[in-house]
Each structure stands twice: as structure tokens, then as C-alpha cells.
Design a binder for this molecule. Structure first.
Ligand SMILES: Nc1ncnc2c1ncn2[C@@H]1O[C@H](COP(=O)(O)OP(=O)(O)OP(=O)(O)O)[C@@H](O)[C@H]1O
Length: 296
């Protein structure tokens, strides 16, 4: 059976707070997803349930047709690397690496050794003796070397410097290219990783605000400058995320309607620039609902 993770109408409360409301999404085989949203949007809560660590109050989660909660076969298909506390502090790196093949049938020892060397992680050190960045690098090593059909990284690089993060993106992409699998990456460093994503889910206040392919987003989100009349003629073509006028230079941030895409062009007096994923996310999760692109 081909791999697929599906979430259907999932709701969840924690300590009587509704954290997720009727969330539906699906993660297809061999696609890299970004799961984005502001602090407290519900990303970790959703990922915990997808990885079978907790149960929804309502709705269903299926990993290739099975409920992953307490289901050994599903658990072996999923590697979930969290922001911290992935490993017992008293264990050495050597002991952790040794036990991984029991959890992940696709575990690749050669890749693990290569990454431990790259991140300069000494086998003899215990997790409690690692710096924050080293502990994150260990999580990343395990996540990549697991080659699990569903690999989830939830803010995995706390404490890692820019150089080490670059290594992570490169290694993840290289290994994915040779051994494709489904990857979900939740992060706040959006522009750093946006080249990795093929599709993104944006979450806002416990709901999915938008799901798009990166290709589609790039064709739909623009910042456009030009004279007043030309700019105003574009309003009906999309959702106006922002507009401003600075000393006669009018600008418009537009998310083009799906049905306007085929014939969307701008007047010759205007200039358009692509909107980065980070910029789009700011508009999308804006608390001012009248501007927010919250397609419900
Ligand atoms: N154990 C808990 N008890 C009560 N509320 C909780 C608990 N854990 C999380 N929450 C609440 O659930 C909401 C969603 O939290 P969650 O950690 O899923 O968000 P997130 O999108 O991952 O945030 P961040 O980007 O900051 O990691 C938040 O409002 C948070 O306060």
C-alpha cells in the first residue's frame, strides 16, 4: 500500500482549552511539507497526534490506513524529531545510535556515521553533556538516518548556528533526493528553508488557514508597484493583503484569485516582485482579520 498520512476533522482540547478545531489535511508519499504558523497555532499538538503520541478528541488520524496510536507497525514508519528531549539524558551517543535500528527498519548506519562526523558529535558523550546545538544535531542525525517513510522535524535546530543549519538543509535534501520519503518540517525560520518545501500548510489558531503547493504560491503572491489607476485596476484580480501610498508610489500586495491566474498580467506601468513565504505568512496569520488571507 502506498504511503499516506491523513487527518480528518480532528479536534483536540488540552486542559479544557480548545487547541485544534476540525483540522483536516493529508501528507502524500515522498513530498516535503512545511507546517507553518505563529506560536501557539497548534503545530506541535497536531504533529504529536500524527506521530501517534496522543489521540484526538474527535476525528481520525490514519497512517496508510491505520490509527498510529499504540500501533507498532505505524510507529516504525514514523520518526518524530522534536525541539528537545528526544533522547534520555543518561544515554551516550553510541548507545542511542546502537538502538536505532530496532525502532526504524530503514535505518542507515553509514549515513548516521557520516552525519555524526559532520556535526562533530563524539560517540562517548552522554546526552546530558551535550550543548543545545549538539543535542539538536543528534536529533537531526537520527531523523535523516532513520529514512522513515514519514519523517517529522518540529523546530529541530534549537541552538544550532547558521552554518550547522545550512549543513542540515543540504544533507536533508541530498538524502531525500536519493531516498525520497514524506517529510514534514515545522519551523519559524521560514525563508531559510522555503526552497526545501514542495507544499505548505499554514495554521492559525488551531485551524488550517491555507494549503498550497509552493509553485502555486509563487504564481499567486506578489508585491506590485505603480501609478494609482494601474494599481487600482488590479484590486478585483485577487485578495488585497496590503496597499500603501508613499509619495505617489502606490503599492499593492496581492494574492491572485485562482480563477484569475490564467490571464493575470500587470499593466506595463507597474513592476511586480514575488512575495517570500515569510512575508506571506505574516499576512496570512495577521491578527487583523480584515487583511488576513484566511481562506475559510
Ligand atoms: N499541556 C498543555 N496544556 C494546556 N494547553 C496546552 C498544553 N500544551 C499546549 N497547549 C496550548 O495549545 C496551544 C497550541 O500549542 P502548540 O505547542 O501545539 O503550538 P505550536 O504551534 O507548536 O507553537 P510554537 O510555534 O510556539 O511551538 C497553545 O495555546 C498552548 O498554550
Amino acid at each position: 500500500m502506498s504511503f499516506q498520512a491523513t487527518v480528518q476533522n480532528v479536534s483536540k482540547s488540552l486542559n479544557k482549552n480548545k487547541v485544534l478545531s476540525s483540522v483536516s489535511c493529508s501528507f502524500e508519499k515522498d513530498v516535503i511539507y512545511g507546517l507553518l504558523g505563529r506560536n501557539g497555532a497548534g503545530k506541535t499538538t497536531l504533529l504529536n497526534m500524527i506521530s501517534g503520541k496522543s489521540l484526538p478528541d474527535e476525528g481520525s488520524i490514519k497512517i496508510s490506513g491505520q490509527n498510529p496510536f499504540n500501533h507498532e507497525h505505524s510507529q516504525k514508519q514514523i520518526c518524530f524529531i522534536r525541539e528537545s528531549q528526544n533522547f534520555k539524558p543518561t544515554l551516550s551517543i553510541r548507545a542511542i545510535i546502537k538502538m536505532m535500528p530496532a525502532f526504524y527498519p530503514n535505518w542507515n548506519q553509514h549515513k548516521a556515521t557520516e552525519l555524526l562526523e559532520l556535526f562533530e558529535l563524539p560517540l562517548t558523550k552522554k546526552v546530558s553533556q551535550l550543548s543545545k546545538g549538539m543535542e539538536s544535531a543528534l536529533g537531526i542525525t537520527v531523523g535523516i538516518a532513520s529514512r522513515a517513510p514519514l519523517t517529522i522535524f518540529d523546530e529541530p535546530y534549537i541552538g544550532m548556528d547558521a552554518h550547522a543549519r545550512d549543513e542540515f538543509y543540504k544533507e536533508l535534501l541530498d538524502d531525500y533526493t536519493e531516498h525520497p520519503r514524506t517529510i514534514i518540517l515545522s519551523t519559524h525560520l521560514i525563508d531559510e528553508v522555503s526552497d526545501l518545501f514542495q507544499e505548505v500548510y499554514f495554521m492559525k489558531k488551531g485551524e488550517i488557514a491555507l494549503h498550497e503547493t509552493i509553485d502555486n504560491l509563487q504564481q499567486r503572491a506578489f508585491l506590485i508597484h505603480g501609478p494609482k489607476d494601474a494599481i487600482e485596476s488590479l484590486y478585483p484580480k485577487g485578495h488585497v493583503l496590503d496597499k500603501s501610498n508613499f509619495m505617489g508610489d502606490y503599492s499593492l500586495t496581492l494574492y491572485v484569485h485562482e480563477d484569475s491566474l490564467d490571464d493575470f498580467s500587470i499593466p506595463t506601468t507597474c513592476k511586480k516582485h514575488k512575495l517570500s513565504l515569510q512575508q506571506l505568512m505574516v499576512y496570512l496569520t495577521n491578527h487583523k482579520e480584515e487583511n488576513s488571507l484566511w481562506v475559510k
